[in-house]
Write a protein that binds this ligand. Structure first.
Ligand code: SAM
Length: 230
């Protein structure tokens, strides 16, 4: 399962009326319809949520613009998050961290360097896994004060290896765990954590059940919510 789809394992009501932030937009035109950018755009339309898709690369940004229009932002993730308050007073309900590439093996490194090495070079960044983990952690630290009380963080290309965490979220996951966040679910290439206040995300609380009832009068009830495919 693509890691952005992990969000479909929580109740959709946690996203309704909130804000989804994706750091790392779709960059492959052939996969546009299957991309996380496309999926979150559709989800946010259905759930009346805001969506921002952020990318440092002008190329990825241009593609994201064709999907989300002016909610595609061309800057680095940390700068975006530090300026987030100027954009909206909403809090972030879903943070999807899928940006600075990690290298899986020698062949992957060769491929990445020829495809996107130059993009990183423009920022004076060297493609290294430790740098990826550092960049994602800086973004997470900038995002913490902006997160909704009940929220989720998804780290793509993140998994356990040799009793530790490996990948884009190698330092984000331990950082969040130390703050009381919990691993909620994982796919083969990503992991989703829930905020400390989100005790039983799959079983709505009394409060959210009541809100669901109210929404049920006004529109489709959330249990029948159909997540977009992608
Ligand atoms: C793997 S792609 C994202 C794929 C997309 N989420 C999807 O599933 O279709 C990673 C993207 O992150 C961008 N990126 C790398 N470092 C970044 C940073 N510090 N801030 C924002 N974007 C960054 C790259 O330019 C690239 O477009």
């Amino acid at each position: 399962m693509a890691s952005h789809l992990l969000v479909t394992t929580i109740a959709a009501e946690f996203i309704r009326g909130g804000c989804v932030v994706e750091i790392g937009s779709s960059r492959e035109i052939e996969r546009k319809e299957k991309s996380s950018t496309h999926f979150f755009k559709k989800t946010c339309e259905l759930l009346d949520s805001m969506f921002f898709s952020v990318d440092i690369s002008e190329k990825s940004h241009a593609l994201a613009q064709t999907i989300v229009g002016n909610q595609a932002v061309c800057t680095d993730g940390e700068t975006f998050l530090k300026n987030f308050r100027h954009l909206t007073r909403r809090r972030i309900s879903v943070l999807y961290l899928d940006n600075f590439d990690v290298i899986y093996n020698d062949q992957h490194e060769k491929d990445l360097r020829s495809r996107v090495g130059e993009e990183y070079g423009k920022w004076g960044w060297e493609l290294e896994n430790s740098k990826s983990a550092e960049v994602h952690l800086s973004q997470m630290k900038a995002a913490i004060p902006l997160m909704a009380q009940r929220s989720v963080v998804i780290c793509d290309d993140t998994m356990t290896k040799n009793d530790g965490w490996w990948g884009k979220g190698a330092t984000v996951v331990p950082y969040l765990l130390a703050q009381g966040w919990r691993v909620h679910s994982a796919s083969d290439i990503g992991v989703m954590l829930t905020s400390p206040r989100m005790k039983h995300p799959e079983t709505p609380s009394w409060f959210s059940r009541r809100r669901r009832y109210v929404w049920g009068l006004a529109g489709p009830s959330l249990p029948s919510f159909e997540w977009p495919t992608g």
